[in-house]
Ligand binder design. Structure first.
Ligand code: I3S
Length: 130
């Protein structure tokens, strides 16, 4: 591989709207709370952002602000298709972070989920060799 074609976690970047819910925190199951989220993959970290509308408070209606809500370090994480018993929704991915945190990620358009699956697999793999 020439340096030009070598895969680097720095160029594994992606952003888009997904539905997500946390299902586990510190290895403990938590109640699902599906929400649409602006999701950004950058530098081996996945960040879910708050819905600007729900993030807006009181008089300062900052509807154009996107507020980072959760970050998941993908180093040592795992990603895969969720089994049918995890959700009744279609096209669901299961993301397990290192510290016992677990999210489900979903979108009705299969190709969107397939693209995220691929980039997350590639990122997690790349972080292992970095
Ligand atoms: O795994 P569950 O408990 O069937 O998940 C469903 C619930 O979280 C439900 O909310 P309540 O906590 O009010 O029961 C959600 O509305 C559903 O979306 C969850 O299931 P799916 O299959 O959509 O992931």
């Amino acid at each position: 591989n020439s340096p030009e074609t070598q895969q680097n976690v720095q160029n594994l970047e992606k952003a888009g709207i997904l539905n997500k819910t946390k299902v586990c925190e510190n290895g403990k199951k938590v109640r699902k709370n599906w929400a649409q989220t602006w999701t950004v993959l950058h530098g081996g970290v996945l960040t879910f952002h708050k819905d600007p509308k729900s993030a807006a408070t009181g008089a300062s209606n900052k509807t154009n602000q996107i507020v980072p809500e959760v970050t998941v370090d993908l180093r040592g994480a795992s990603i895969g298709r969720a089994s049918k018993d995890k959700s009744s929704k279609k096209n669901v991915l299961e993301l397990k972070g290192k510290n016992g945190v677990e999210f489900l990620i979903q979108y009705d358009t299969e190709s969107i989920i397939a693209d995220w699956h691929k980039v997350l697999v590639d990122t997690i793999r790349q972080l292992k060799v970095d």
